[in-house]
Design a protein around this ligand. Structure first.
Ligand SMILES: *Cc1c(COP(=O)(O)O)cnc(C)c1O
Length: 371
């Protein structure tokens, strides 16, 4: 089946008791046992499993081409489940640039817990190779990276990881559907479903999808049940509803972002545009190999630094000034003031999540804001 068909049908069943086409939301926390004391319908208690979460996990595994998936209450709970599947003392390689919450979690929660970590530029494979150690157990990647859309070669990074007996994980939040890391040898994919998968800025969640249902995934499943950062049935239902239209939304997000990026690249007040779909972008060649489309995220630097960037964001009418991404409405954000003082994030940088408005309206809005 093609991806659009999978997105509509994966994890979908017509409800046997009522014939409802849209799955009922099963709020029950507990499920009846059989007369023999067994669980004839497969469910016992909602933290361990429930029908709405089960459907979402099935659909996510199908879309990423994985063997199994585990859903969590947020993207960072999913991230934590991967780190906690390691053992204290294990060494992790993480990207120097990436989602600041995940990198902070590694630094502030998991280094005290006993993991060791180095943060390296993964767009440079030589640097990455040199940073691997005998005790490296995980290479964590994020591509395109937040906020400057650096492109990491997933196939090469997975090979480097496997060469030292480590696993490779990819945070694929920014490019569901248009990038399938498991196809490139990555072992585990993590999503914040809060973004494109939910797709409407109305539900927080996360998911881990694994290529194999082996020891690693079983440790993640154990974490889901025993640490308990699980999503509510209604949240799973909303996320799955978003997922049904994901391939078509990703196509439109990608087309719109390409048009906006092309406009920005030609604008005299814009110093630099970060969008892997532009041929001028440093990671374009690799991106073209490992992505089917380039998704809806971009960032750009305006002339005049911090004050100029904040003023541009203030003058937009359609773009909403807010963090997050992946919803139908376009968002714009001065990133340096959200991530704190990071020498990696230029003060003149604005990050944009390109939504599903008509691209000409978005371009007119930015043209006006840039003056
Ligand atoms: C938002 C985001 C996360 C964290 O997800 P939450 O659902 O907010 O916990 C992780 N990685 C990336 C790339 C993100 O954009």
């Amino acid at each position: 089946m093609r991806i659009e068909t999978l997105a509509v049908h994966a994890g979908h069943v017509v409800d046997v008791s009522s014939g409802a086409v849209s799955a009922p939301i099963q709020l029950s926390t507990t499920f009846e046992r059989g007369v023999e004391g067994d669980y004839p319908r497969g469910y016992s208690y909602s933290r361990s499993d429930n029908p709405n979460r089960h459907a979402l996990e099935e659909a996510m595994a199908a879309l990423e081409g994985g063997a199994a998936a585990a859903a969590f209450g947020s993207g960072l709970a999913a991230t934590a489940a991967v780190f906690q599947a390691l053992h204290p003392g294990d060494h992790v390689l993480a990207p120097a640039e990436g989602y600041h919450g995940a990198l902070r979690q590694l630094r502030e929660v998991f280094l005290p817990w006993g993991l060791r970590a180095d943060f390296v530029d993964m767009t440079d494979l030589g640097v990455l190779r040199a940073a691997t150690r005998q005790d490296t157990k995980l290479i964590w990647t994020e591509t395109p990276s937040n906020p400057q859309l650096g492109i990491t070669d997933l196939g090469e990074v997975a090979r480097i990881a496997h060469g030292v007996g480590a696993i490779c994980a990819c945070d694929n939040t920014w490019s569901p559907i248009v990038q399938r890391p498991l196809d490139h040898g990555v072992d585990v994919v993590v999503h914040s479903t809060t973004k494109y998968i939910g797709g409407h800025c109305d539900v927080t969640g996360g998911v881990v999808v694994a290529r194999e249902d082996g020891d690693l995934f079983q440790r993640i499943r154990l974490n889901q049940n025993l640490v308990g950062g699980v999503p509510a049935p209604f949240d799973c239902w909303l996320t799955l509803r978003g997922l049904r239209t994901l391939p078509w939304r990703m196509r439109a997000h990608s087309e719109n972002a390409f048009k906006v990026a092309t406009f920005l690249a030609a604008h005299p007040r814009v110093l630099r545009v970060n969008y892997p779909g532009l041929a001028s972008n440093a990671g374009h060649e690799i991106a073209e190999r490992q992505m089917q489309a380039f998704s809806g995220m971009l960032s750009f630097e305006v002339e005049g630094g911090r004050d100029a960037a904040i003023a541009v964001a203030a003058r937009t009418h359609l773009f909403i000034r807010a963090t997050s991404l992946g919803g139908v409405e376009s968002l714009i954000e001065h990133r340096a003031s959200i991530t704190g003082e990071s020498p990696l994030t230029p003060q003149g940088l604005l990050r944009a999540s390109i939504g599903l408005e008509h691209p000409d309206d978005l371009i007119e809005d930015l043209a006006h804001a840039l003056g």
